[in-house]
Design a protein around this ligand. Structure first.
Ligand code: ZN
Length: 173
């Protein structure tokens, strides 16, 4: 989006929200060259497919919902807002490129997960816990766990041995 003051092309989004009627996105932008600030209203939803919910209901695509979900997953993590915005925009562009009238919410969720996996592993697990059934979350966490480090401290086995009750016949294990 071009800066209206100096025509610099790479302005940054500093805030993004859906308007009250839910049919356009209001974006506050700042120009990194002249520091000029301006607002754009972008109608995205018109060209976005409807989202098919789990229960079969169709809902208009809402950028803000997706944005909030991702932002929440990124809470207290070193993920800049521009990265979240770029992620959402990337997903919208891909969804638009499919040219579908409807898309399952699961598909959208999986696209987000794939992107978050590249961006931040903690954010990925948080997001996955929302989009997948609870039972599946353990799988996601397990997927992220690295294999246990090999034992390098020679004193460690002795230490754990010292904590066994008594090295006698009554040992239960
Ligand atoms: Zn400018």
């Amino acid at each position: 989006m071009r800066c209206p003051y100096c025509t610099f092309s790479e302005t940054k989004v500093i805030d993004s929200r859906l308007n009250q009627t839910g049919d356009s996105t209001r974006r506050r932008r700042v120009c990194p060259r002249c520091e000029g600030r301006f607002t754009t209203y972008e109608r995205i939803e018109e060209v976005m497919p409807l989202v098919i919910k789990k229960d079969g209901r169709r809902e208009p695509y809402a950028r803000e919902k997706l944005w909030q979900g991702i932002e929440k997953s990124c809470q207290k993590l070193a993920v800049p807002a521009e990265r979240v915005d770029a992620l959402v925009t990337g997903i919208e562009k891909r969804l638009q490129s499919y040219g579908l009238k409807e898309v399952p919410s699961k598909t959208v969720g999986e696209m987000v997960m794939a992107e978050l996996h590249k961006l931040d592993k903690v954010a990925y697990v948080r997001f996955a816990s929302v989009y997948r059934d609870f039972n599946d979350v353990d799988e996601f966490v397990a997927e992220l766990q690295e294999p246990p480090a090999p034992e390098t401290d020679p004193a460690a086995p002795l230490f754990s041995f010292a904590h066994l009750p008594e090295n006698g016949p009554e040992k239960s294990s």
